[in-house]
Ligand binder design. Structure first.
Ligand SMILES: Cc1ncc(C[n+]2csc(CCOP(=O)(O)OP(=O)(O)O)c2C)c(N)n1
Ligand code: SF4
Length: 311
């Protein structure tokens, strides 16, 4: 299971350069890490969204693996169908290779419009890895809020102003929904902690059943952040408790990062992003307090789940 950086560096890239994702987009970094962590041949289904449109502008294609475009709502159904066909061919003795199946979708395609297909695929027990590259809004169509958008964030459909201070609701806890849905392996990861991320990918593809990875994906355009900050901001999200790294294997919780000296102040994460600039103004102090409370409650919950499931 160990990750060897030299071996990874020598591997052929499976998402090649020349795609048109924005400079500093987290999505391409994540896809390269995911695909480089897998040794077996891979088939990918990819929902509509930034990753899909920017990597497959006709007549060009940046994917070095079999790749299927799915609608915004059904990447999980697409890969479930491919996996079912593969199993049937294996049963008939027409194929004997080990192949892995992955669907990639943004948070819009996972938390919201793709949730039904995802939930069904997990319930039916398809052996596939469902990956959300989570940039916390509908970026491809111009930064609209999604179920993953955190409380207080500015988006074009939750603009911060006199009427509302950014998105009023806290984000949906999709990772927990996937645990409750019965996925065999569920994890949250961040590209800032690349070894942790790649080990989780290896575990996910080797799970005999559905696996779900929720991966934090910075978006310079939607988050109003500099192009060179994808990794540093993802790291701050982990170090401030905004994006806890944890995994749930057959119902057992494991927190993968516990800050040795406690979490950094969340302001360090917020102040480097234009989407949160208004939260640091005195008139929005109450939203900032709620934001902090959301983090504390989730952390407490995770600690107690870890304790309860490892007795
Ligand atoms: C059924 C349907 N509704 C709306 C759209 C328009 N649409 C295309 S991409 C997109 C947003 C995708 O957001 P997300 O899944 O979060 O991926 P991102 O673009 O942020 O990477 C929308 C609304 C669509 N293609 N299909
Ligand atoms: S808008 Fe955001 S998610 Fe889309 S390509 Fe640009 S940086 Fe990536």
């Amino acid at each position: 299971m160990a990750i060897n950086l030299r071996e990874i560096a020598l591997k052929e890239e499976k998402l090649v350069s020349g795609h048109r994702l924005c400079a500093g987009c987290g999505a391409s970094i994540i896809v390269r890490m995911v695909l480089n962590a897998i040794d077996e041949p891979v088939v990918v289904a990819n929902a509509t969204g930034c990753l899909e449109v920017a990597t497959t502008i006709f007549p060009f294609n940046a994917w070095n693996v079999p790749w299927i475009h799915s609608a915004f709502e059904n990447a999980a159904a697409t890969i479930a169908g491919v996996e079912a066909a593969y199993k049937a061919l294996k049963r008939k003795g027409e194929i004997d290779r080990e192949i892995r199946f992955i669907s990639f979708a943004g948070d819009g395609g996972t938390y919201d419009i793709g949730l039904q297909a995802l939930s069904g695929a997990i319930e039916r027990g398809h052996r596939a890895v469902f990956i959300c590259y989570n940039n916390e809004a509908y970026m491809n169509t111009g930064i609209q809020r999604s179920g993953a958008t955190p409380r207080g964030a500015f988006t074009t459909t939750s603009p911060a102003g006199k009427a509302i201070p950014g998105k009023p609701q806290k984000r949906k806890n999709l990772t927990e929904m996937m645990v409750a849905n019965g996925a065999k392996y569920v994890a949250q990861a961040s590209p800032s902690h690349w070894r942790d991320l790649m080990e989780k990918v290896k575990k996910a593809v080797n799970t005999d059943g559905p696996a779900f990875l929720n991966i934090y994906s910075t978006c310079p355009r939607g988050w109003r952040t500099p192009d060179n900050s994808a990794i540093s901001i993802a790291r701050l999200a982990v170090e401030t408790g905004v994006w806890p790294l944890y995994e749930v294997e057959n119902g057992k919780y494991k927190i993968n990062y516990k800050p040795p000296k406690g979490f950094k102040p969340v302001e360090e994460f917020l102040k480097v992003q234009g989407r949160f600039a208004h939260l640091l103004k005195p008139e929005n102090a109450h939203i900032l307090e709620e934001f902090k409370k959301d983090i504390e409650e989730e952390w407490k919950r995770l600690l107690s789940m870890e304790e309860a499931t490892n007795k």
